[in-house]
Structure formats: structure tokens, C-alpha cells
Design a protein around this ligand. Structure first.
Ligand code: NAP
Length: 499
């Protein structure tokens, strides 16, 4: 509902209709905004859950935690839901809150320029628009990374990136190769080991694997969730999960903490207990600390890689050939299908969109060294431009929905300053950003992410690009904006009118 004295006509454009864009739409309508458009590059909502449809795709965060706080879901089928079910949840929520009516599909924003106190946008198909506020809900992992492997063009079989799955490619009984053992590659191996005629998993760097259970919810449990909203709420706010998030974020923030030692003990025990063959066990044993890369949460990877059809290949890939992959030991691994589970360009964020702030400042120049923003939300001299899950946001093995909701609550308080007329432009000050970045970079050195491994968490200079403190601190900081960190201005045009 619109609060008195809050202008409902402030024009807000949201970029992206994934998890955080849908969230923005819902929250804006709920707060009484009636001049909102969401631009979405694809023809459907869902973001990463729309893009990724590979076999075995699973959300490795518990389903009831990977749920909007205001939209509990009694129907989750199991503890770790399949990707298609998560996608269905976002589509259903979009319809329920009538967010589809705000979305312009197949419109990729190409240009976004702050001129004369407003944002001017243009999409790839030439649609132009203007807005007082832009919310960038463009996601992080959406530019698939194709490795620069020799011979990539020579392979005659089916070559797929995990985020661009072709469901017409036959898999059953085939010779399948999977390059990469991040969260994606591991899920693919679990799904395909028993279906393939032969599956070869090409591992460049071993991964620590956290054991998890993935039980189905029974019909009785689901009925109980439907009948008892309080019970469903308790599932969402499950104390064990919340305690795990606190423990996990405390662990990653301090590489010498007892919490990280606990995680290390669990994953080591998992490796020792789960892998029978000592040779395979050594191949699977990482030479860096647990949680340095994003931890793999898997109920069945070790089982899958020990399946008679599966083979772990640890020799470096020399080249792709017409028939498969040749490793440095000279072996040619013949394949029908080769999957690149090789991740994403995680530093692209809104780009390649051209974003220009005050006085022609180009975001590409501002971010030349590394993408950065005050509290991951606001960029100096880019007024009324806010990001969800932006650079230096918390990342890890927990719900990014919760992260986006907390960021939204923070942004909503800034938007109220615009709606109330307290100011017409608001952006973090350079001083606030510099202080935040200095503290963040210092803290980042103590995180487990910086303890000596390579991962997409690291920026171009090898510094962890994420929130380096624990979750409690994130929650506290997001609760109320420190307005001394923001420059609020009343644009000349408005001053003129007022005067
Ligand atoms: P990723 O974690 O970046 O892993 C990429 C993999 O490809 C790594 O194993 C990497 O090896 C390997 N690789 C890259 N280039 C290579 C090359 N030239 N030769 C050999 N191997 C190469 O990507 P991802 O697995 O797609 O996961 C990305 C993120 O997506 C995850 O961390 C997670 O945040 C998200 N995700 C989440 C879920 C979920 O359930 N919530 C599921 C899937 C993905 P190195 O380790 O040696 O670099």
C-alpha cells in the first residue's frame, strides 16, 4: 500500500526477471509503485534456473530456505529440489503476484545512461525508455565460460555447455565426457554415470565434498505444511539451517576459525569413508583447504564416480580431437558427447550493457580494476541505480534469495527518500565506497577463499570478490542505511520548479 506523501509515480525500471527481478517487482507493487517495468532479455522468467536445464540440476540449498520469505511453498518435493521445480516456483510466483504484467520479454537492455537527472535506456531491439530509478537484477552466473582448449572446433561429437543444454542430444548408452567438477559438473556426473555407456569425468583440480541428505517430503508432510502455515514457516526458518549459515559464514570469513576446522573434518571424513579404492581416493583428495572453492554439497557424487561406468581422468587435457579428448599422457578418450561444465564469467554482472553515470562516467572504466560497489548496492556518481546480488555481495552455500531480500529492504529505504521528495538523486559517496573497499579488501585476505586455490570467487587480481564478513554482520548492515554514506541531491530542474 502507498504510504501518504510517497509519490506512487516514481518510474522504476528493473533489469532482469530472475529471482531478484521478480522479488523487486513484487516488493515495488506491494509498496504502491505503479510505474514499473521489468526488462527481460529472454522470453521467460527464471534467470539461472531458466538457463540451466542440464540433467541432474538440483538446488543444493534446502528447498524451504530457497524460497521467498513471503511465499512459502508446501509443495517442494524434496530437501534439495530439482532445477525444474525451482523454475516452476518462480513462474508460479510471478503469475500469482501479477509480475508478468510488468515484464517486457525479449528485451535485452543494451544502454543505460544518466542524463538530465533521469536514466535513459535502450534495448537491443531499439526500445527506448526513461526512468527515475534503475534496479539491476541481472544475476552473476549468466555468461557461460568456454575454455580455450585446442581442438575445440575439431570435435565431431555433440559438444554442450552445461548452461546451454540441448535436450535432443541422446545420452543413454553413450560415451560421455564431462569437463569440470564444480557444483555443476558433479551434479552431471551423479545424473549420468548410470545412464552413460561410459562416462569420463575430467578433473583439473579435486574438490572437497560435503555430504548431504536429500529425502523426499512425504504426502503426509506436504499435507501438514498445507494445513499449518506456522509449521511451514518453521520449515522456512529452520533453526538447523540458520545455525549452519551462521556457522558457515563465520567459517569462511576466518580461515583460522574453529568453524572452518569443523567443516574440514567433515569433508575429510566423507572422502575417507566414501571412496574405497585408495588410488581413486588420492585422485579425489584436494591439496587446498575445504571451502576455498565453493563447497560441493552432494549426496551421491562419490557413489557416482565409483559406478562401474564412470572413470575419473586427472591427466591434463592436451587437446580435443575429432573423436574426443587427448590427455597429456597420450591417451585419446573417445566420446560421443562432451560437456563443458566449465562455469561462467562471474565478473560481467550487468555488462556488456553500456552503463554511463553522471558526466559521462562509464561503468567499464569505473570497474576497470574490479567490479565494486558500496555494500554491493550503490556506485558513486551512478545515482538512483541499485544492484541486487551485485559485486561483493555474499556468496556461498546458502540462499541468495535471502541475500536479495535483505538488500531489497535496504534499497527500499533509499527509494523512500526519492518518493518522499527528500531528494531527487541518491548514490553512495566515493569516500564511503573507498572506506568500504579498504575494509573489505583487508578482511578478504583472512577468508578461506583466499587460502590458496583458484575459483570464480576471486577477482582478476586474485582477491575474493565477495562479502568477507559473516552473515550476522550482513544482516545488521542491511537493516538500516547509514545515510552519511550517501550523497543526496535535489536536481537543478526540480530546484528551478520549486523556486
Ligand atoms: P565452476 O564452479 O566455475 O567450475 C568450473 C569447472 O570447470 C572447474 O572444475 C574448473 O576446474 C573446470 N575448468 C574450467 N576450465 C577448464 C579447463 N580449461 N580445463 C579443465 N577444467 C576446466 O562452475 P560451475 O560448476 O558451473 O558452478 C558455478 C557456480 O554455479 C557454483 O559455484 C554455484 O555458485 C552455482 N551453482 C549452484 C548450484 C546449486 O545447486 N545451487 C548448482 C550448480 C551451480 P578448476 O577447478 O581447475 O578451475
Amino acid at each position: 500500500m502507498t504510504q501518504p506523501n510517497l509519490n506512487p509515480d516514481l518510474r522504476v525500471v528493473v533489469l532482469g526477471a530472475g529471482m531478484s527481478g521478480i522479488l523487486s517487482g513484487i516488493k515495488l507493487l506491494e509498496a504502491g509503485y505503479r510505474n514499473v517495468t521489468i526488462y527481460e532479455k529472454a522470453s521467460r522468467v527464471g534467470g539461472t534456473w531458466r538457463e540451466n536445464t542440464y540433467p541432474g540440476l538440483t538446488c543444493d540449498v534446502p528447498s524451504h530456505a530457497y524460497t521467498y520469505s513471503f511465499e512459502p511453498n508446501a509443495e517442494w518435493s524434496r530437501q534439495l529440489p530439482p532445477g525444474a521445480e525451482v523454475q516452476g516456483y518462480f513462474e508460479q510466483t510471478t503469475r500469482k503476484y501479477k509480475i508478468d504484467e510488468l515484464i517486457r520479454f525479449n528485451q535485452e537492455a543494451k544502454r543505460c545512461e544518466f542524463v538530465g537527472g533521469r536514466w535513459h535506456l535502450e534495448t537491443a531491439s531499439g526500445v527506448r525508455d526513461e526512468a527515475d530509478v534503475v534496479i539491476a537484477a541481472t544475476g552473476v552466473l549468466h555468461h557461460p565460460r568456454t575454455p580455450n582448449l585446442p581442438g575445440l572446433k575439431d570435435f565431431r561429437g555433440d559438444l554442450l555447455h552445461s548452461a546451454r543444454w540441448d535436450h535432443t542430444v541422446p545420452l543413454d548408452g553413450k560415451r560421455i565426457g564431462i569437463i569440470g567438477n564444480g557444483s555443476t559438473g558433479v551434479q552431471l556426473v551423479s545424473a549420468l554415470a548410470s545412464r552413460a555407456g561410459k562416462l569420463k569425468h575430467f578433473q583439473r583440480t579435486a574438490q572437497w565434498v560435503m555430504p548431504v541428505e536429500n529425502p523426499f517430503f512425504t504426502e503426509e508432510q506436504k499435507q501438514a505444511f498445507r494445513d499449518d502455515p506456522a509449521l511451514l514457516k518453521r520449515m522456512q526458518n529452520d533453526e538447523t539451517y540458520l545455525a549452519n549459515v551462521e556457522r558457515f559464514t563465520t567459517a569462511v570469513a576466518d580461515a583460522s576459525s574453529p568453524e572452518i576446522a569443523m567443516i574440514e573434518a567433515i569433508v575429510l571424513d566423507n572422502l575417507e569413508r566414501s571412496v574405497q579404492d585408495p588410488v581413486l581416493r588420492e585422485k579425489l583428495r584436494p591439496n587446498y583447504r575445504a571451502a576455498c572453492k565453493r563447497l560441493i554439497f552432494s549426496p551421491d557424487y562419490y557413489q557416482a564416480i565409483q559406478h562401474p561406468n564412470a572413470e575419473l581422468v586427472v591427466d591434463d587435457i592436451e587437446t580435443l580431437t575429432e573423436r574426443g579428448v587427448r590427455t597429456r599422457d597420450g591417451v585419446e578418450h573417445e566420446l560421443d558427447v562432451l560437456v563443458l561444465a566449465t562455469g561462467f564469467h562471474a565478473d560481467r554482472f550487468m555488462r556488456p550493457m553500456q552503463i554511463t553515470g553522471r558526466d559521462g562516467r562509464r561503468l567499464d572504466d569505473v570497474w576497470a580494476k574490479r567490479p565494486h560497489a558500496y555494500l554491493a548496492i550503490s556506485i558513486p556518481e551512478f545515482p538512483n541505480f541499485f544492484m541486487l546480488n551485485g559485486p561483493t555481495s555474499p556468496v556461498g552455500n546458502f540462499s541468495l534469495i535471502d541475500v536479495a531480500e535483505k538488500q531489497w529492504d535496504y534499497i527500499a529505504q533509499l527509494l523512500n527518500l526519492l518518493r518522499s521528495g527528500a531528494c531527487t538523486e541518491i548514490a553512495a559517496t566515493q569516500q564511503a565506497l573507498d572506506a568500504y573497499e579498504a575494509a573489505r579488501l583487508a578482511a578478504a585476505k583472512n577468508t578461506i577463499f583466499a587460502s590458496g586455490c583458484n575459483s570464480w570467487y576471486l577477482d582478476g587480481e586474485g582477491v575474493p570478490a565477495s562479502w568477507p564478513w559473516n552473515y550476522a554482520r550482513f544482516r545488521d548492515v542491511m537493516a538500516t542505511p547509514d545515510l552519511s554514506a550517501f550523497e543526496q541531491t535535489v536536481s537543478r530542474a526540480v530546484q528551478g520548479v520549486a523556486g
